[in-house]
Design a protein around this ligand. Sequence first.
Ligand code: UGA
Length: 441
Amino acid sequence: MAVISVIGTGYVGLVTGTCLSDMGNQVTCIDIVEEKIEKLNNGILPIYEPGLEEMVERNVAAGRLHFTTSYAEGLKNAEFIFIAVNTPPSSVAGGADMRFVESAARMIAEELDHYAIIINKSTVPVGSGDIVSRIVRNNLKRPDVTFSVVSNPEFLREGDAIKDFQNPDRVVLGSSERDAAEKVARLYLPLRATIMITDIYTAEMIKYASNAFLATKISFINEIAQICERLGADVKEVANGMGYDRRIGRDFLDAGLGYGGSCFPKDVRALAHMADEAGLHPQMLHAVMEINHDQRRLVVNKLTDILGSLRGCVIGILGLAFKPNTDDMREAPSLDIIRWVTAQGATVRAYDPVARETAVEAMKLHSISLDNVTFCETAYDVAEGSDALVLVTHWNEFKSLNMQRIRESMRRPILIDGRNMYEPSEMTNCGFIYRGMGRGS
Ligand code: UGA
């Protein structure tokens, strides 16, 4: 059993802290936002993540998981201190804002009164481990105290975060002190995962390179999808055929609306920025971003191809979150699509199983007028009187909709399947004018 502190109670911090406590460790999660901690102490989670609420409840009840706003209390006797604060995009185009990581490092320095290993889980520009080290060293309240810094990038997917924590493909640890990295490795031993120990720069780079590679796979298949559409091939079958080749793999070859969320867009931009700063011109990363942006436009183009002008049209949006099983609206394609179709004079009816509140907040944040958007209680309500339906997020519940009923309640039977969720022939037989993404139609 280890004594662990986790700074930051966002996705990464809360999932990491809760899963580590579930493995029998004593964990205290620290966050400076009082409201968040108060809610957590009352069993209310700041995020939607399947299975997390029950796990938090279980470990709090067992006395292994605590929440506090006090660094003094949270760092007491901690052998391991995880920094899991967010690194939002900075005002410098493409850069990563290190403010929260830096202030966490300063707070640690002010309270630390014993040796501890500081582990960075936040996605930070390559070289940030040195910055954390320097900040802690320069601000130590007790200069006799020693510490080590280890980079331990996270590879959790929202919506699958617990599963990903418990069954990682690999655990990456980077440090200039092998002993410290090995101690952190022991925390993960019960997971029986491949553990890789390397230097800190390389560990930080592995995170960016992994996300950028996955984003590249997505943009690649989206480009192929466009070619398929022109040449009459079906990109879903193409991806399946490619995926049987083990060197390629089927994962992350789903063509659609491109990647959103808090990670891929930010990390690809940040990596390109780091490369630009280093005097390079990372052509592929720039192409990946460009294709991703254009992908969302295609949906609006498909609508105008069929409807002509969108003025006065009612566009139904199925799904708002950037992907299923989350209420996260960061860089969600739905935001751009709603902005573009309302700018062309359409009104929107939208439904998402969990992201309604976060969608309203996101729209306000991005100055998208709520006047022309009606939030509905079900997918069937969305369809009522719509001129076209756009499937934006492939929530499971949309798979089993009664499509006959949907079509009958629409003003015009147009279905744009932004995630290739439905079978084109079935939808056409059902009477829809169906358009997928790269499916030869
Ligand atoms: C991603 C990575 O998968 C995690 O390994 C990483 O830890 C995380 O970023 C992070 O850096 O924190 P996440 O953003 O939660 O996780 O979501 P993914 O499931 O990877 O999906 C990312 C985006 O790609 C979504 O918008 C999804 O719709 C899109 N996508 C994914 C596709 O368009 N096609 C695909 O085939 C797969």
